[in-house]
Design a protein around this ligand. Sequence first.
Ligand code: 13P
Length: 248
Amino acid sequence: MRRPIVAGNWKMNTLRGEAEELVLAIRDLAAAAPIEVVICPPNVWLDLVSRSLEGSGMKVGAQDAYWKEQGAFTGEVAVSQLVGMCEYVIVGHSERRRLFGDTHEIVARKLVACMDAGLIPILAVGEDAGEHAAGRTEEVVRRQVGAALVGAAQGPLVAAYEPVWAIGSGEAASPEHAQWVATIVRDALENAGFEPQSVPVLYGGSVTPGNFAGFVAQPDIDGGLIGGASLDAQQFATLVEQASAAAY
Ligand code: 13P
């Protein structure tokens, strides 16, 4: 059985004191959960968050990483530098693709670098509003999954379906749409040589305690990648509870 995962992507939010307060509040509320709970803070708080979570069973993820081993890449953080501070790394988030120029090839290199270093990539995929309206969701998601896994050997992997139009918009996808795309993700994983039933598939995009139960009730959705609601300890803990209740 796939282990359910609820991951919080804090994005570029929290000052040091806020990060410390938030992670401790989440730890108090969610550490006993029977599922995998992952906190993805800004890189500058990775050490703080990983120390705060020591012994809790909760996991830490980075929001991105550069694929080169080391060198003259001002402002970047190498995968190898994250080893020991986190277990997961988000790759291919639509904000990276859209705002920072992460191409299919760059996403694939980052994914392979993470796997080679023993970190688990959380591969984010999803269509934008125009592609959604044009009925191109399946084509876009298949291409993103296939391209990201070029050169990847079988290894621990998490996939996240995050429709771009649903991120931060307050307009989540329907659970049925997300379930359908999750089956497409699994099919694309299989085409890329992965054992699709062993890869958790998460949904992300305007998840709240009011809509999450509908997603985790779907057979192919194993949890969530949470933005805004992960910045509120109580809301995030409620999502962890909902995913736990759906699974056990
Ligand atoms: P929101 O939950 O704020 O829509 O963000 C989702 C997301 O992008 C998580 O990676």
